[in-house]
Design a protein around this ligand. Structure first.
Ligand code: ADP
Length: 268
């Protein structure tokens, strides 16, 4: 049976390779002749496919201008294909590293606002991202930033990535309650969002650059936090810093959005 979230692979044209990640190779392509899409081919053994297919139905219904839209999946063949909105300027982390210097502070702030708007929508729908980081945001042709890969770590078949003491676990984006008890919530996403703001204002630097994951766990537990990036104003740093409070003291995405908007208004 063909469902609304199922895409017929014969309607896809594969074009150039865009990159590759945890799940496999991503290609640029066309859907039904004209719609520009990104097509992710899931490498064998990389994903809990059945669980993902169930969840894909939920993810398809998440629609927001600051979320990378999932268009559908090709299920009848292997590799499994995931078809999503095409984002011309690729991942935010590379974008910041290559073009960050040329971006005005007001633009850096609007990128934070984009991510916050996407996350505000996820929070409102009680959907936890679990791996928010600049590497999991994408940039389109108008330099609008959108949140991608939401909830996807739940389907990764790689202990190094999913176990909090694994080498690929995003320790530097994780709050104490995730590091110690794997307690995920919108409040843990807030912590990660603070780190994304830090990545944006430091033009794509790696947080805790010269510290190992083990050292960062110790530091964070002791209350040590990321320093203020040179391009971040004091009020802006105060916003990101609130994201790194104990879970109860962290703002919500809707509160953050208000604060970011106020800051943006005062700039121009
Ligand atoms: P994975 O989820 O398998 O780890 P990623 O989502 O990180 O893979 O994708 C790998 C790379 O492919 C990204 O860094 C980016 O360059 C490219 N890419 C992924 N999705 C898109 C998209 N929707 N539009 C444009 N490029 C994309």
């Amino acid at each position: 049976s063909s469902e609304k979230w199922e895409i017929n692979p014969s309607e896809l044209t594969f074009m150039k390779e865009l990159g590759s990640g945890q799940f496999g190779v991503v290609r640029f392509g066309k859907w039904r002749g004209q719609q520009r899409v990104a097509i992710k081919a899931i490498r064998e053994g990389a994903m809990y496919e059945e669980d993902f297919i169930e969840e894909a139905k939920v993810m398809m219904r998440l629609c927001h201008p600051k979320l990378v839209q999932l268009y559908g999946v090709c299920l009848q063949q292997r590799p499994l294909l995931i078809v999503a909105e095409f984002m011309e300027n690729g991942c935010l982390l590379n974008f910041l590293r290559q073009r960050g210097k040329a971006l005005l502070e007001s633009w850096l702030l609007s990128m934070c606002q984009d991510v916050c708007e996407g996350m505000d929508y996820l929070e409102a729908h009680s959907f936890i991202h679990r791996d928010l980081a600049a590497r999991n945001c994408l940039v389109n042709e108008h330099n609008v930033v959108k949140v991608s890969d939401f909830g996807m770590t739940r389907y990764v078949l790689d202990n190094q990535y999913t176990s909090s003491n694994g080498a690929k676990f995003p320790v530097k984006w994780s709050p104490p309650e995730v590091l110690h008890y794997s307690k995920y919530s919108s409040k843990s996403d807030i912590w990660s969002f603070g780190v994304v703001m830090w990545e944006i204002f430091s033009e794509g630097r790696t947080p805790f650059e010269n510290r190992s994951n083990v050292e960062v766990v110790t530091d964070i537990t002791r209350g040590i936090r990321l320093y203020r990036p040179q391009r971040a104003s004091q009020p802006l740093y105060a916003i990101m810093y609130r994201c790194w409070h104990e879970a109860d003291g962290r703002p919500s995405f809707s509160e953050l959005l208000e604060e970011i908007r106020k800051l943006a208004e005062n700039q121009d």
